[in-house]
Write a protein that binds this ligand. Structure first.
Ligand code: TXA
Ligand code: MG
Length: 323
């Protein structure tokens, strides 16, 4: 058992984190989307530790983080023109692209797939870490498998603190939901996971894209997009329309706007009083963590408008409500 520590992401702490990464030890670090649990993508044993710490199944591939687009040839075999356009438009930022993989990249990173998921994160501490360790970093979100993602250093500490030596603290994550994952190995490109870059913006750059059904009966295209995911320990139920919960004593509510029926709930988390969907996404996981700690019997959720980042939040609410 390791007693994990949170350290503010100063130049010194980042240098220490880079040393740990080079030594093959997992390190938690902030990105603009959520906190990641990182390891040297070319060190198989280090990557294996990430799966162990997260209790993540080996069939679920990781995202490789790069310091810049110029690093792409280290992990990707080809970069089609549409990928170049997306990189120019959104990197650094919350967009992950699935591209043909270079054979040198260990199979454990990509769960044996011939493709690799890559992105350049838009956070000064993440970029400084990537520059300092001079290697691509494979990093999933720094939560236990299936649970709500961390958007604060303390969320990482409470879930993984016993297994990670160092958690770099870069403050609350600006975007708050994971990156959008888009596959460029098919045409039209396919959005495999809704996330921090709205589909509407991707369409503006590359035209038509396919969007994987939010919750279908079929096997997911992206192995990590399991029906049940992002779940708090407290049961979560969607409240559709104006329906009010019956006979529940200790209920919480997560909702975009201040609700007219607030008195029915013991705790209410309003994601954005002004109805701003970006702000709502940024607050989303922290609100889920707070409700989960409140000792409630059930958490109710009202869906957001199905547009922009509202779509990404709704996708996570639907998966969290699966049981
Ligand atoms: O915002 C983010 O993307 C965060 C931060 C830390 O960068 N990372 C993140 O990683 O969310 P993770 O491991 O929680 O989610 C990675 C997703 C999974 O749904 C996985 O199945 C998918 O990306 N993925 C990874 N490689 C893939 C591949 N080669 N083909 C299809 N999907 C892939
Ligand atoms: Mg995750």
């Amino acid at each position: 058992m390791i007693a994990g520590v949170i350290r503010e992401a100063t130049a010194e702490a980042i240098a220490e984190a880079a040393r740990l990464v080079r030594e093959g030890k997992p390190v938690a670090f902030p990105t603009e989307t959520v906190y990641g649990l990182g390891a040297d993508a070319f060190n198989e044993r280090a990557v294996a530790k990430i799966f162990e710490v997260k209790r993540r199944p080996f069939f679920d591939p990781l995202i490789v983080h790069l310091s810049s687009e110029g690093e792409l040839p280290r992990v990707a075999k080809e970069v089609p023109p549409k990928a170049r356009r997306l990189a120019a438009a959104f990197w650094p930022g919350p967009l992950t692209m699935v591209l043909p993989k270079r054979p040198e990249l260990p199979a454990i990173v990509t769960a044996g797939l011939e493709t690799v998921a890559v992105r350049v994160p838009d956070h000064p501490a993440a970029l400084a870490l990537l520059f300092a360790c001079e290697t691509p970093i494979a990093a999933p979100s720094a939560n236990r498998f299936g649970r709500a993602s961390p958007t604060r250093a303390e969320h990482v500490l409470s879930q993984l603190g016993e297994d990670v030596e160092l958690i770099l603290d870069g403050g609350p994550c600006r975007v708050g939901v994971e990156s959008t994952v888009v596959s460029l190995v098919q045409n039209p490109p396919a959005v495999l996971r809704l996330g921090g870059t709205p589909v509407e913006e991707i369409t503006r750059i590359v035209g038509e894209v396919a969007v994987a059904p939010s919750l279908g009966g079929r096997a997911p295209l992206s192995p990590g997009q399991l029906p049940k995911h992002y779940a708090p320990r407290t049961p979560l139920r969607l409240l559709l329309g104006r329906a009010a919960p019956a006979n529940v004593k200790r209920a919480g509510l997560i909702t975009l706007l201040p609700p007219p029926d607030a008195q029915r709930f013991e705790r209410v988390e309003v994601l954005s009083p002004s109805g701003d969907l970006r702000a709502a996404a940024a607050n989303f996981f922290a609100a889920m963590h707070r409700l989960d700690e409140a000792g409630l019997e059930v958490i109710y959720a009202r869906l957001l408008p199905e547009e922009g980042l509202g779509r990404a939040v709704n996708d996570r609410l639907r998966r969290a409500a699966r049981h």
